[in-house]
Design a protein around this ligand. Sequence first.
Ligand code: G6P
Length: 463
Amino acid sequence: MSRLIVVSNRVPSPDRPPQGGLAVAVHAALRDRGGVWMGWSGNSSGDREPGPLIRREEGPITYALTDLMQRDLAEYYQGLANSVLWPLCHYRIDLTDYSRRDAAGYFRVNRFFAERLAPLVRPDDLIWIHDYHMIPLAAELRRMGLKNRIGFFMHIPWPAPDVYLTLPVGEQLLHEMTAYDLLGFQTEADVENFSLCLRRSGIARPVPGGEGLHEAGGRRFRLGHFPISIDAEGFARTARNAVRNVAMRKFRDSLEGRTLIVGVDRLDYTKGLPQRMAAYRRFLEGNPAWLGRTTYLQVTPQSRAGVAEYEALGREVAELAGNINGQLGRLDWSPVRYVNRAFSQQILAALYRMARLALVTPMRDGMNLVAKEYVAAQDPEDPGVLVLSRFAGAAAELGEGAVLVNPYDEEMIANAIARAVSMPLDERREMHGLLADVLRRYDVFDWSDDYLAQLERTGGPTG
Ligand code: G6P
């Protein structure tokens, strides 16, 4: 088995057990194969050149981290990655804030990652690069002469060509992407959009009957969809155990028998938080029998401080939560509990298990693992209901067993809440059964095995 080299902007800390789909799966693959996980250290070197690569050996895994200069972070991370690619891929052209300077910084930082990575790579290593921060990395490595199999996985949506091609460096990025051997996306719709972008801009064409194989200037590469998942069994175990702990029992007591509704999302404009708050208010106003009988807990850790859009959103959501509590609350009841903190997997798993329904209503999302975690955490005998946006990647797999909503339609979400809180046990069990089957058939270990097996079969030194 070849060694594995993984590159992602964020690298989970080796000091804590891995949390979340990507970290769990990649960690397991690296443990089996041995290899390197490279990325940003999370620290800035200010205006000084970053020092040498920080290397740390943990058994078969080498963590290789680098600081980045403040200017690099501003142009690469906050700039092109999070103020252009992120909104664009989530269909928010209106929020993109493009500058040539940021684009140049983005390419420069990718070259810098390539220069730091190349000396660590052996000729038969598999290289797996993750997400929109690192799109040009393979092309940089090729320019340095690397002939390894190199794969890319896009964790966020790939938008329709009319949206994507508004990006001034859009075609340049597409060209760079033809340097990969395997390009993985979350859903078939993402693959289709990407293939349309290649064709529309005349950069590559599908090979007839080639099952995702495309050709650009004599070079062949494959596209495929690989829906990321979670360690469903492990998460279910965590949930079963965690509901028993003291803190969670106290939390349950604090609900005083009310029906718990839960939402867990990074503070991000893609998550549909204002619309969700408004829909909850509409549910309460339209179903007064439920006043005083539900608690909606929204857990929303802040993220990407420094990007202006996020700060404005933070104020908006806090104000909405405050208004609902102010207008509908009673002496002994607050309809919303809004918490800007990150919690451990244990606590989240227990919250999911206690909640009668989860609101996963992003305006657009690559996959959304909260949806899958919520399903895994349920008690199959008395499961809760997943209310899911049809614009989350997860809807392609979980559509049948979830209550699907259009996140732009507040009334539809309000009606879905009303349906979910009073759904009979039989129907809940039936829907949960469908969802649990999906998670059983394809978990996050299948995801990484499937991806790496395809990468091993594709391209390579002669490709
Ligand atoms: C999304 C992206 C990841 C990113 C994460 C957190 O899930 O797909 O690449 O790491 O958000 O965002 P942050 O900017 O804090 O790394």
